[in-house]
Design a protein around this ligand. Structure first.
Ligand SMILES: [Mn+2]
Length: 393
């Protein structure tokens, strides 16, 4: 029994507002599908966030259908769960809409029966394996209990496989986890395939495997630190589950942190960037952080102009060092978080509103999220609130 696992393609994301990045992201899914076609598994597990939005652009939908039907046409069963990006509020109808439900309906209308969307209460049996899954479940719901009730389908003569789109505390860093590793280990699942976290993590505990395959392209700029992407392959025939991996080709991402004070250093940085860029087949994305105490940000930007064309996209952060006397702007012992929190608490607002405002402030100030990251974190906050009101079908 062979299983291929991939996740978090985020189709339809127009990263940096670049059509090239939209295309790269489609290719992430297509490359993962090609790996599956090559290794011929009995089953493909997709652990959510196939789409970046619950109402994806038709282009994203068409590409998804094209890729998934390639698998189905070659007799490979596809099992999927919904990630947090695949579902969202349908404000007109006052309920949650799911791009995966729409995909599933379309595939059924086209006559495919090898596509399975798993939700609590449904399971799939293939050979000696039973697969169950949970759609993304926010922290406002007891995720551990939901998993415990899925565990009931497990029988000793079959291999139990669980699919999740959640954060697991001990497996991921700097993310909002909904569950702890021990609550997964207290179940009888032999294989727990996960999505949500965009980096690959494989944990073996005795004869069981817990794994995040990661995303298939760099979706968030924070992934630029480790831009390698994978498809995981599980061989279930022996006593132990054997885990193999295949690296996916992705757009090169370069991240450089430099301290530049002299013009000479600036010129050699530009030369270095030029050499780096031409060492790749495809134009890379460059994330450049420059600190300077001598040069102006404008001077640095002017110099960078000559290499900008060699990259698909350059995101530069130029930080001029603040002089000593400017640093002590806030008196010692002053705690901005405390001040803002008590200000909000004093306001005559609904407690829920106050709580949300405090959380939003903390995301901005303590977690330091900005731009898209900040909007995404706010969205998650808001989705949690929305789901808590019981609007999930
Ligand atoms: Mn994701």
């Amino acid at each position: 029994m062979r299983i291929v696992h991939f996740s978090d393609n985020h189709l339809g994301k127009l990263q940096f507002s670049l059509p090239e990045r939209e295309e790269d992201i489609y290719r992430g899914l297509e490359r993962a599908v090609n790996v599956a076609l090559e290794v011929k598994p009995d089953l493909v597990l997709h652990t959510g966030d196939l789409f970046d939005h619950h109402a994806p652009h038709p282009r994203a939908f068409v590409r998804a259908v094209g890729a998934i039907t390639k698998l189905l046409d070659s007799g490979i069963e596809v099992v999927m769960i919904e990630g947090n990006h695949d579902v969202g509020p349908d404000t007109v109808r006052g309920r949650t809409s799911s791009a995966i439900i729409n995909l599933s309906n379309l595939l059924r209308q086209l006559g495919y029966d090898g596509f399975h969307l798993l939700r609590p209460g449904t399971s799939l049996k293939v050979k000696d394996v039973t697969v169950v899954g949970l759609p993304y479940t926010p922290r406002t719901v007891n995720v551990a209990d939901a998993i415990k009730s899925l565990d009931k389908v497990n029988s000793p003569d079959r291999v139990g496989v669980l699919m999740l789109h959640q954060g697991v505390k001990e497996m991921i860093a700097a993310f909002y986890p909904e569950i702890e590793l021990r609550s997964l280990l207290s179940t009888r699942f032999r294989l727990i395939a996960m999505g949500h976290y965009h980096k690959k993590v494989v944990v073996k505990k005795g004869d069981r495997v817990l794994a995040y395959s990661g995303s298939t392209e760099v979706i968030d700029i924070r992934e630029a630190n480790e831009p390698e992407k994978y498809v995981l392959i599980y061989e279930l025939d022996g006593k132990e589950i054997e885990v193999k991996e295949r690296t996916l080709k992705t757009r090169p991402f370069l991240k450089l942190n430099r301290r530049i004070n002299k013009i000479k250093e600036l010129t050699s940085l530009v030369e270095e960037l030029s050499d780096l860029a031409s060492s790749f087949e495809e134009k890379p994305v460059l994330i450049l952080n420059v600190t300077t105490s001598e040069l102006s940000a404008r001077r640095i930007r002017e110099e960078l102009e000559s290499v900008r064309d060699k990259f698909l996209y350059v995101r530069e952060r130029i930080q001029a060092k603040i002089k000593e006397e400017e640093v002590e702007m806030t008196p010692r012992g002053f705690d901005l978080t405390e001040l803002v929190t008590s200000m909000i608490k004093d306001m005559s607002l609904d407690n829920r509103v106050k709580e949300t405002a405090i959380k939003a402030f903390r995301i901005w100030y303590l977690e330091g999220k900005r731009g898209d990251d900040f909007v995404k974190a706010l969205k998650e906050l808001w989705e949690g609130y929305y789901e808590d009101k019981g609007d999930i079908p």
